[in-house]
Design a protein around this ligand. Structure first.
Ligand code: ARG
Length: 595
């Protein structure tokens, strides 16, 4: 079977050219006809409340065409030919209001329902994309910042994967460094210290125990120079692969990973154990990386250390900031390791796009690392490396989220709290739910609420962690969308979940039309998320969709309508439920069948 044949099959099975795209194509054609000099210009078509679609090309292009916008619009309207266009009208200073035929509206709905992909194409076709996310630090508690990278990174991995990218997840665990020397030395000298998960009482994880031990060891390190010396020797032992030290280190990593896994499982993120490729993985690659940097003349000595200065990147004070390639004591750190990640991901993993999902305070670090990698030729024109930054999680006081005592908030506690509140909301809304169902649904709603609140805020903004608002049934929340989905599923169950049968001859009501046109925009929304790496656009879309559904359901009877109207309305219900469920799944949120 030839390539072409394969492509034809996949198009007819999966992809549906949206009405928006078809209209844009038609307006593009008209631009080429009416003004050949402007061929290829953006037709600026979007959904509109005044018509089905509005094209603003005439306003955007009037100056280049040396014409009055209204005249250009009239010429474009006259040249419009083909495409799903029933009527076009020039309005205002030069807008084109475009109405599509009723049959095309229903045709879209039917085609999307037939498609296994809801009609969405795969523009990222095989593009190998590394998503570096989560990356907590071994022997330390995961904090709310790690919650954000885990949730955002996971959603991006899902969306890009659906758009056809070949996604490789990388959990860049902080599992290497001088701090391990101290911790291992301390544990060696205090063999009675309890830190294995099986020795701990319920509710305490090995990570919390290690976190505590770490603080104790740190205090001793600062107070006792002899202990500090022994700790430093331990670092050397670790780096030179001393078996006993290495064994201890492995045990610590394994215990920590066990605790992280509990959180990952509860969150339902895609990260698997084999996605853990932490800092230690790069340790054997660092000397080579540094050699290359030195040979290329990029890294230069500075007070005994090796650094890279870049003219392109200046710190907040305007002075150039160095990347630390090798410290004075010969050790390597975070900067060097990240240079090695680029080399590895480009050369060995053969990635075409590299994403690093960490908080915005690391923006300067990544700018410098990327600039150096470009100068080294590790990053070339066809390759994209992007830092995907995000804002801070705040407490109700508007300051970075902390416990009363000023410590980091344990993620498990946050999740427990959200689930408890979701449980109360669900139980009140549906007192008949059996207790076992209630537990399960509360878990899905609570976890979904935390994820949704994180994803729905524009990525760079800080947001306040407010469990009550998160689980609210009103407004742009995960629980609201889960309810919208469950309500539609219940309508469909009452109808006996029929095979969709759409009659294109029915004249749609305005609310049906609005809902169908919103559904038409699903693929475009996902493509936008893929390009901007902003999941909040998908959240906003799903929220609009749920509201359009509500408006439709309030003004159109479904179950007791007469055929063929009933069939068309059930098809709208089906497509809305599937789109909501699918969109939520791309956010990493489960939409239960009933709530
Ligand atoms: N472990 C780091 C932290 O907790 C995040 C690592 C992000 N990934 C990377 N390649 N630098 O801040």
């Amino acid at each position: 079977m030839g390539d072409d044949e394969g492509r034809t099959v996949s198009v007819s099975n999966h992809e549906v050219l949206p009405l928006l795209g078809q209209v844009a194509e038609a307006v593009s054609g008209a631009i080429g006809w009416a003004r050949p000099a402007l061929v290829g210009a953006d037709p600026v078509v979007r959904r509109s409340e005044h018509a089905d679609f509005q094209a603003n090309a005439a306003l955007a292009l009037a100056r280049r065409a040396r014409a009055r916008p209204a005249d250009l619009a009239a010429d474009l309207a006259a040249a419009l030919d083909g495409g799903p266009i029933e009527a076009v009208e020039v309005s205002g200073p030069g807008f084109l209001n475009i109405r599509v035929p009723d049959a095309s509206i229903w045709g879209q709905v039917a085609a999307r329902l037939r498609s296994t992909r809801l009609g969405v194409g795969s523009p990222d076709d095989g593009r190998r994309t590394v998503v570096d996310y989560s990356a907590p630090n071994i022997a330390k508690e995961m904090h709310v910042g790690h919650l954000r990278t885990t949730i955002i990174g996971d959603s991006l991995a899902r969306v890009l994967g659906f758009l056809g990218a070949d996604v490789i997840r990388q959990n860049h665990l902080g599992d290497w460094g001088t701090q391990f020397g101290m911790l291992i030395q301390y544990l060696d000298e205090h063999p009675a210290a309890a830190w294995h998960s099986d020795e701990l009482s319920a509710g305490i994880s090995a990570v919390s125990a290690l976190d505590e031990l770490y603080k104790t060891a740190r205090a001793e390190f600062d107070a006792d120079p002899a202990f500090a010396d022994r700790s430093r020797r331990r670092v050397v032992d670790l780096q030179s692969g001393d078996p006993a030290t290495l064994a201890m280190w492995k045990e610590i990593v394994a215990e920590s990973e066990k605790a992280f896994r509990v959180i990952y499982d509860r969150l339902g993120v895609l990260l698997r154990p084999e996605d853990s490729v932490g800092e230690s993985f790069y340790n054997p690659l660092l000397a080579d990386t540094v050699d290359e940097l030195v040979r290329a003349g990029l890294a230069a000595g500075s007070e005994g250390a090796l650094v890279i200065f870049s003219e392109e990147v200046a710190g907040p004070d305007g002075k150039p900031v160095p990347l630390m390639v090798r410290k004075r004591d010969g050790g390597y750190g975070y900067d060097t390791t990240d240079l090695a990640t680029i080399r590895y991901r480009v050369h060995d993993l053969k990635a075409a796009r590299l994403l690093y999902v960490t908080d915005s305070r690391q923006a300067l670090h990544f700018r410098m690392v990327f600039a150096a990698a470009r100068r080294m030729g590790w990053l070339t024109d066809g390759l994209e490396a992007e830092h995907v930054p995000f804002g801070t999680v705040l407490g109700k006081d508007g300051r970075p989220f902390r416990t009363r005592a000023g410590g980091t908030v344990r993620l498990m506690d946050l999740l427990d709290e959200a689930v408890a509140r979701a449980r109360a909301v669900v139980a009140e809304k549906n007192p008949e739910l059996p207790a076992a169902d209630l537990d399960q649904i509360a878990e899905l709603a609570g976890i979904g609420a935390v994820k949704y609140a994180d994803l729905a805020t524009s990525r760079l903004k800080d947001y306040v962690f407010d469990p009550d608002r998160m689980v609210s049934l009103n407004g742009n929340t995960g629980v609201y969308l889960q309810y919208a989905h469950a309500r539609i599923r219940s309508i469909l169950r009452k109808a006996g979940d029929p095979e969709a049968a759409v009659d294109p001859g029915v004249a749609p009501e305005p609310a049906e039309r609005a809902l169908a046109l919103e559904l038409d925009g699903y693929g475009a929304t996902l493509a936008e998320v893929g390009a901007t790496l902003e999941p909040h656009r998908l959240c906003g879309y799903l929220y609009e969709l749920a509201r359009d559904f509500t408006a439709f359901y309030e003004s159109c009877r479904v179950l007791d309508a007469a055929e063929p109207v009933r069939g068309n309305r059930l098809a709208l219900c089906q497509l809305t439920a599937r789109t909501l469920g699918h969109g939520l799944s791309l956010l990493g949120i489960t939409a239960p069948e009933r709530m």
